[in-house]
Design a protein around this ligand. Structure first.
Ligand code: G16
Length: 545
């Protein structure tokens, strides 16, 4: 039976605030940190139950609000192979987080244990971590109470990145098996990545220093440790590493800032030299954006689409050179935010699929390829090697030295890439490997294709849940008639494309637009935003920006 007494005693310490409705969204629960205490407690209980349901396998919990402002926080669950929580449990998590009193919560739990057929006599194990947000420590304490109340065994992985937590989950659950993912420690992670990186660049020149904008978040201490493991093989310069300065996190810096403003973070002005490679992480280091400035001080952004193009082309080439092209099919997964020019470039070379926003959707679609490359334009992504492909790489016997070298590179890439989830630092090493092999600077990489001018804006509306989409978010089905008006507008713009979708992580509606000229892309975005605003806008202070 449920340990009702211990749950009751501890749950009473973490009352649910009245009048707030929580939702397990795109990236778990995410909102103002000050209202999340009860959610964290309950997530601790749910994680324990998820572990029991999966026969004692270790479940991960990450406390972060990633790219959101510092006052927000959030929490997401990680399934045993290091992937996002199975979607069927998101509804349960939402329902349990909204039970008003402790009694309601216990009642809901009872029902849930029946419905989900959970054998309570099974053991439960949970590993958890948090980012550097000031609210993190007390939220972790609430989580620990939840874990304790259900009698689960907890392991605190401390302050680390989201992708390292995902790595740990898979490493713990595969320990001692033939699918072993690496040693289940931060050290194991750094060794796995840095060893693979060094092998991949062994015959290449040491590159010029790479500047990393750490978003004043957890990426800073973790990148500093990575630099030690890399030794001189990749010189790194860390910027925006102030993790204790109040209000600094993600503020005018970081991957989301770069992507949405298409500008260099002001703090890097004068520090990044023309031609030097720079990149930005986000608040929990699962997104990556590259950039450089040219001789005329013009800023050039190399986003998730450019990363996908660079990496996919390189992998296709290696597969071909190794002689494995009839056995290993490479494919790419994108979302509607992918720049039209990137979709065109990639589609001419390999199969491309479009799915809805959210790493879990891209991840699942990528699993259908032998090697699946997935990146959101915002820099969130990775590459998946299927189990069968990994076995092919292990057993294949090359017949020429060129085949043998390409095969070795593929094997090392399989080690270098964090395949549990998008990982800014692992992706950064991957990009550096390709640049080194191709002898590309940012300029050559950027010229693979020319981005169509685009603009992303947010609109604050009274109720974003009114907005419903289909066709991988490219069409609105509600509010009725709005899509038709948007279509009429798009038609007036050369190369025009635009779509509207509710955000899964912020209380806004997002509008994306593309056109062949920058001024037109901006105008189209603002006019579509105007339509959205006029249809169901909030208060005038929140006009589209
Ligand atoms: C999260 C998700 C991403 C998604 C992003 C924005 O990123 O993991 O897949 O692209 O939110 O989503 P939305 O447009 O729905 O707000 P992160 O880095 O914040 O965890």
């Amino acid at each position: 039976a449920l340990p009702t007494e211990s749950i009751r005693a501890l749950s009473d310490l973490h009352p649910k605030p009245a009048q707030i409705r929580f939702q397990y969204g795109t990236a778990g629960f995410r909102t103002l940190a000050s209202v999340l205490d009860s959610v964290l407690f309950r997530v601790g209980v749910i994680a324990g139950l998820r572990s029991k349901r999966l026969d004692g396998k270790t479940i991960g919990v990450m406390v972060t609000a990633s790219h959101n402002p510092e006052q927000d926080n959030g929490v997401k669950l990680v399934d045993p192979r290091g992937e996002m929580l199975d979607t069927s449990w998101e509804i349960y998590a939402t329902a349990l987080s909204n039970a008003q009193t402790t009694d309601d919560f216990i009642l809901e739990l009872d029902k849930f244990v029946q419905t989900a057929k959970i054998d309570l006599s099974k053991p439960a194990r949970v590993v958890y971590a948090r980012d550097t947000r000031p609210s993190g420590a007390s939220l972790v304490a609430a989580l620990e109470d939840g874990i304790k109340s259900i009698g689960a065994e907890g392991r605190n992985a401390g302050v680390t990145t989201t992708p390292i937590l995902h790595y740990l989950v898979r490493a713990i659950n595969t320990k001692g098996t033939k699918e072993s993912y690496g040693d289940d420690s931060e050290d194991g992670y750094f060794l796995k990545l840095s060893n693979a990186y060094k092998k991949l660049v062994s015959a290449r020149q040491t590159p010029q220093p790479l500047m990393i904008d750490c978003a004043n978040g957890v990426g800073a201490p973790i990148a500093a440790k990575l630099a030690e493991y890399l030794g001189g093989s990749l010189p790194l310069v860390l910027e925006n590493a102030s993790i204790t300065t109040p209000g600094a996190l993600n503020n005018a810096c970081g991957a989301d800032y770069v992507k949405t403003t298409q500008k260099l973070p002001p703090s890097l002005a004068g520090r990044l030299r023309p031609g030097q490679r720079g990149c930005s992480l986000d608040g929990d280091a699962d997104r990556l954006m590259y950039f450089y400035i040219d001789e005329r001080s013009q800023f050039h952004m190399l986003d998730g689409d450019k990363i996908a193009a660079l990496v996919a082309a390189f992998i296709v080439e290696l597969v071909k050179t190794s002689g494995l092209d009839s056995q290993i099919k490479v494919g790419v997964v994108q979302t509607a935010y992918a720049n039209g020019a990137s979709t065109k470039y990639l589609s001419e070379r390999l199969p491309v699929r479009c799915v809805q926003t959210g790493v879990k959707h891209l991840h699942h679609a990528a699993e259908h390829f032998n090697i699946g490359v997935y990146f959101e334009a915002n820099g969130h992504g990775t590459v998946l090697f299927s189990q069968a492909t990994q076995e092919t790489l292990d057993t294949y016997e090359p017949s020429t030295p060129a085949q043998s070298t390409a095969l070795e590179h593929l094997r090392n890439l399989n080690q270098l890439i964090n395949q549990t989830v998008g990982d800014a630092l692992s992706d950064m090493l991957l990009v550096e490997v390709v640049l080194a092999h191709k002898a590309y600077s940012g300029i050559e990489w950027d010229s693979l294709y020319v981005d169509l001018p685009n603009r992303l804006v947010k609109v604050v509306v009274a109720d974003r849940n009114q907005f419903k989409t289909e066709d991988a978010e490219r069409q609105l089905v509600s509010p009725a008639g709005l899509q038709q008006r948007i279509n009429d507008l798009i038609r007036r713009y050369d190369g025009g494309r635009s779509f509207v979708r509710p955000s899964g992580t912020e209380d806004v509606v997002r509008v994306y637009a593309e056109a062949s000229i920058k001024a037109q892309a901006d105008e189209l975005a603002f006019r579509v935003a105007g339509l959205v605003y006029d249809e169901c806008g909030g208060n005038p202070a929140t006009r589209p920006k």
